[in-house]
Every structure is written in structure tokens, then in C-alpha cells.
Ligand binder design. Structure first.
Ligand code: ATP
Length: 296
């Protein structure tokens, strides 16, 4: 059972600031870092570190940034699913303040031009497909439908939210802001019910320090996060979605997969960076073993 992660990858330039600048203001960073990001890549790496067999599909340009991305991902994932397009490799600028709050701007020409329809390796019966909101909506909808028609289980984390018309997926993963925008209500359980009625079999709403709400077979359950001191929440949602999907593809039940995702993401917020903050393979293996014991 392979987990196909189809989405974006980009170079992240992160600037740590005392406080986020106001419009028109310039502030000096206290530190900065360059790394690989993009919701697709972040989630693919988190899934691979969870022990799943991951097929990662995303687009790069033919430029120096593409070489940086390949070098950074080489030890994490097979890279034969990366397409090279006639566009610049995507880039993000991320500002993180002292409280861990962040803002992000992305140049996304490669993601916008990417259509994986012709790729020979496709999710089939018994496989899983995980997508995000970075590709064009028509491409995302078509990939999910093709995978479903071929018998795969589909997961969608529709972030960044481009439209409120959600394509159909077996598991929808949203944060509280997205849940409200999509469902039109602030109560996470009611929002999950509404999204489930819209065609999603199961809905997961992440609630930051509160953990996550899982709606499965019509029953909402809250999975609380451990108490931690958060220093940088950027990428927490990606660690959550990637670990959840990786655990599912390894055959764990959805409830256990959500529980492990909550704990892995709580570890990530105690560290700086996006990919740099993602727990390692041994750390996630420890969470999987510990969670199975707790739940048995
Ligand atoms: P981001 O956009 O910052 O990556 P998000 O908005 O997509 O995150 P959140 O709901 O904020 O998603 O967080 C995802 C998961 O990260 C939560 O379900 C929880 O497991 C963990 N998490 C986030 N913030 C905290 C916190 N302060 N303490 C413990 N866990 C946290």
C-alpha cells in the first residue's frame, strides 16, 4: 500500500523577527534560514518518516533552486516523481515572530503549471492519495476522482483554501479557520458534520493547542494535544496531515492515525522551522509504539 502525495515543493526563506511588520514598515530579522518547504513536500517527508512507502509528485523549475530542493530531499524520499517545468522553482518567504505567529508569501508558478495526469505511476486499489490546495483546483479535483475510480483511498488537506467548493475525498483535513470558511460555522463539530454531509466520509478539524476533532461514521471525538511550549507553529498542520496519512497507509485505524498526528505536530511546534521541526523517523516510531500501547 503506497501513499501518493501529489502537491507542491518550494524553497523557504524564513526570517525570525521580534514582531511582524506593519504595512509600509521594515524590520530587521534576528535570524534567518533557508530550507525546503511547500505543503506537498512537508507532508510527503512527514509521511515517509512515519514509515509509509511514499510516491511524491511535484514540479520544479530548471534552475539552481531546483538543485537545492533535490539535495535537501535526497535522503528523505524517492525523487523520480519530480517533474521539471519551464517555470521558476517555487519560493516562499516566511516571517515568524517571538510568539510563533507567522505570515507566508509564495511565488507558485510551478505548482500552478503542474498537471500530473501523464505520470505512469498512479494510485490504485489499496493505495492512498494525499493532496493539498496548492495545485489548480481542476487538477486537484481530477486527480482525486481518478484515484477514487481506481479504488484508492483519498485524503485532502485543502490548504491554502482557494475556493469553498471542495472536491470529494474520503478524508478531509482542515484547520479551524478553514472549517469555518468552508462550513460557515465556528463550532468545529458542527462544521465537521456539514463538511461530511457535503460528501466527505470522515473529517478532521485541527484545533491548535486543543488538538484535533475527528468525525468518523457520524461520531465526533476530540483528541487533545499534549501541553507544550510552542515556539514556531509553521508547518504543524503539515506534520499532522503527513503523519496521519503515513500511519493510515501503514494500515493503522483512522482514530490511531489522528492521535499520532496530534502528538507528532505537538512536538513540531516546540522547534523552529517547517521541515526542520518535523519529528525524525525514530521519534515518530516511538509515538506509534507508545500510542498503540495507550490505545490497546
Ligand atoms: P500551521 O498553519 O501553523 O501549520 P494549522 O493552522 O494548519 O497549522 P493547527 O490546528 O494550528 O493547524 O495545528 C495542527 C496541529 O498541531 C494540532 O492539531 C496540534 O496537534 C498541533 N499544535 C498546534 N499548536 C499547538 C500547541 N500550541 N500545542 C500543542 N500542539 C499544537
Amino acid at each position: 500500500m503506497a501513499l501518493h502525495v501529489v502537491g507542491n515543493v518550494c524553497v523557504d526563506d524564513t526570517f525570525y523577527v521580534d514582531r511582524l511588520p506593519r504595512p509600509g514598515e521594515t524590520v530587521n530579522a534576528v535570524a534567518s534560514a533557508r530550507g525546503v518547504g511547500g505543503k506537498g513536500a512537508n507532508q510527503a517527508v512527514a509521511a515517509a518518516r512515519s514509515g509509509a512507502e511514499v510516491v511524491f509528485r511535484a514540479a520544479l523549475g530548471a534552475d539552481a533552486d531546483a538543485g537545492f530542493v533535490r539535495a535537501a530531499l535526497a535522503g528523505e524520499l524517492p525523487l523520480d516523481g519530480l517533474a521539471v517545468l519551464d517555470t521558476p522553482t517555487d519560493r516562499s518567504t516566511i516571517l515568524v515572530d517571538r510568539t510563533g505567529e507567522n505570515i507566508v508569501v509564495t511565488a507558485a508558478a510551478s505548482a500552478m503549471a503542474f498537471d500530473p495526469a501523464g505520470f505512469p505511476v498512479r494510485p490504485g486499489r489499496g493505495d492512498y492519495l494525499l493532496m493539498q490546495g496548492n495545485l489548480r483546483a481542476d487538477v486537484t479535483g481530477a486527480c482525486l476522482k481518478r484515484a477514487k475510480d481506481r479504488g484508492a483511498v483519498t485524503l485532502l488537506n485543502p490548504s491554502p483554501l482557494g475556493s469553498t467548493a471542495l472536491p470529494t475525498a474520503d478524508v478531509v483535513i482542515v484547520n479551524a479557520v478553514e472549517a469555518e470558511a468552508l462550513a460557515g460555522c465556528t463550532d468545529p463539530a458542527e462544521a465537521a458534520h456539514r463538511l461530511s454531509r457535503d460528501g466527505a466520509a470522515s473529517v478532521v478539524v485541527t484545533l491548535g493547542a486543543e488538538g484535533a476533532l475527528l468525525l468518523e461514521r457520524g461520531e465526533p471525538r476530540l483528541l487533545p494535544a499534549p501541553r507544550v511550549v510552542a515556539v514556531d507553529t509553521s508547518g504543524a498542520g503539515d506534520v499532522f496531515a503527513g503523519v496521519l496519512s503515513g500511519c493510515l497507509a501503514r494500515g493503522l485505524p483512522l482514530f490511531d492515525a489522528v492521535a499520532i498526528g496530534v502528538r507528532a505536530a505537538a512536538v513540531a511546534v516546540t522547534r523552529r522551522g517547517t521541515l526542520a521541526a518535523c519529528p525524525s523517523r525514530p521519534e515518530i516510531a516511538g509515538l506509534i509504539n507508545g500510542t498503540s500501547r495507550d490505545l490497546s
